[in-house]
Design a binder for this molecule. Structure first.
Ligand SMILES: [Zn+2]
Length: 463
């Protein structure tokens, strides 16, 4: 018998490593899809040459996959112009009707699109637990399984976060009819998490965490039960929560508890590195410093936050406190990490009336600073061994299209500065997840079939 052939190394003229852009980079990838060596200033001899600049795949820490089906359908003014809360009514209309098969088709379409734009992991904040009307499915994790199977089929890594959702508003208000579909007490959500952990034990691309929906939807004892129950399942599993997204939410929390949402959370729970706080839009500087000191990440969703008129996150103060950021596609009005990062930076520039906000003396390139921070912060927030081109990380790589006019003549830091701030054509050429090419020449092998299934579901769900 012949000895097993070693996998050839990959060779990139330019690659974004944790310390910055490097030239002549050889990347060794094991048969299991893990990076086992990275070295710069090497020769390409005997390696498989990658045809453009290589960056780590981006992490999408916050998605509600089913909402991709309603993107674009809540952009008409109602009386008063429309608010987050009127948008939520449209969303509830969709959420009430989606079947398990519908969810699979919508999620598959979303995940193909995310991959085509350079995301390689997604965090699904999943609250569509029950049948319409509120009865649980016979298999309690039915809807979760549909999302995870769609991710596995599309080839994107996923951290699935079953949501704890028990109340319709601050002070333990009763759920309304549509929200009954979301109902999950900590025992139910932990049961789903345990089922999924067992079911996907052998797929290293699938991770499981938990997500108390918001301070509106849980009480303190449920939060405590969720945290300790999840730690019993996996001590490092991630915890996500929506927090301080809307000014009304801050006012309601103050009226209920005398505390702002982030104040209440920090006073009542020991936050740590397992936590990812989604939005944290309405945060005072001392609250941002508290989050940064705890090691928790903030999951920013700039296109959704803009779409919903949420407000602007205090990025400059949070970055000054060395806080960890991540990005999410949330309502999935955008499937592009470039658009999220561009909006993130531009919002800050418009607010502060200055340029290049997300930079430091050590990392003066806004584009490279944003990409590295969001990829590394996102990977930790999803407990995915990814987010950087480094030995021991999963081989999740994005090869940019060297022929894209956006990237013509660009080297080093200019590559991501150009991609994020002037790229409007999709310049993602190839995408690898766990050592396997999922996107080639900008295309996914299943994209026609996936789009056809998605169209069918959209026709059925049309309002
Ligand atoms: Zn959300």
């Amino acid at each position: 018998m012949l000895p097993p052939q070693p996998m050839p190394d990959y060779f990139a003229e330019d690659a974004l490593l944790p310390e910055g852009w490097a030239r002549g980079v050889r990347i060794g990838v094991s048969k299991g899809g893990v990076i086992d060596s990275v070295a710069a200033d090497q020769s390409p001899d005997g390696a498989a040459r990658l045809s453009g600049p290589v960056i780590p795949g981006m992490i999408d820490v916050h998605s509600h996959a089913f909402q991709r089906a309603m993107a674009g359908l809540a952009e008409r003014a109602s009386s008063g112009g429309g608010t987050f809360w009127s948008w939520r009514e449209v969303m509830y209309g969709f959420a009430a009707r989606i079947t398990p098969d519908d969810l699979h088709a919508i999620a598959a379409q979303l995940f193909v699109e995310l991959l085509r734009h350079g995301y390689t992991s997604v965090g699904e904040f999943h609250y569509l637990h029950n049948q319409p009307g509120g009865a649980p499915y016979e298999t309690r994790a039915e809807m979760s399984i549909q999302v995870i199977e769609a991710a596995r089929h599309a080839g994107i890594a996923i951290t699935h976060l079953p949501v704890v959702y028990a109340f319709g508003g601050f002070g333990e208000q009763t759920l309304d009819d549509v929200q009954a579909r979301f109902r999950a007490d900590p025992a139910h959500a932990l049961g789903v998490a345990a089922d999924l952990t067992a079911r996907y034990r052998d797929d290293p691309r699938v991770m499981v965490g938990l997500a108390p929906h918001s301070l509106r939807a849980v009480n303190l004892s449920m939060l405590q039960e969720a945290v300790s129950g999840l730690a019993g399942l996996d001590a490092a599993a991630p915890l996500h929560i929506h927090i301080a997204e809307q000014a009304k939410e801050v006012d309601d929390c103050l009226a209920w508890s005398g505390r702002r949402p982030l104040e209440w959370l920090c006073e009542n729970l020991p936050l740590d590195e397992r936590w990812c706080l989604i939005h944290a839009t309405h945060a005072r500087e001392d609250e941002l410093e508290g989050i940064a000191a705890s090691g928790a990440a903030v999951g920013l969703c700039p296109t959704t936050e803009a779409n919903l008129g949420d407000g602007l996150f205090g990025l400059a103060a949070f970055a000054a406190a060395k806080g960890r950021i991540a990005i999410g596609s949330d309502s999935n009005v955008s499937v592009s990490p470039i658009e999220e990062l561009r909006w993130l930076e531009y919002g800050q520039r418009l607010h502060a009336q200055r340029r290049n906000v997300f930079t430091t003396a050590d990392s003066p390139s806004t584009g490279a600073s944003l990409w590295r921070a969001a990829a590394e912060g996102g990977a930790r927030a999803l407990a995915q061994p990814a987010g950087a081109i480094a030995a021991g990380k999963r081989a999740d790589l994005v090869v940019l299209d060297a022929n894209s006019p956006t990237l013509a003549t660009k080297t080093g830091d200019q590559i991501l500065d150009a991609l994020i701030f002037s790229g409007n054509d999709n310049a993602v050429g190839r995408v690898m997840v766990a050592g396997k090419w999922i996107i080639e020449d900008g295309r996914h092998a299943e994209e026609e079939r996936t789009a056809a299934n998605f169209r069918k579901v959209l026709r059925k769900l049309a309002p």
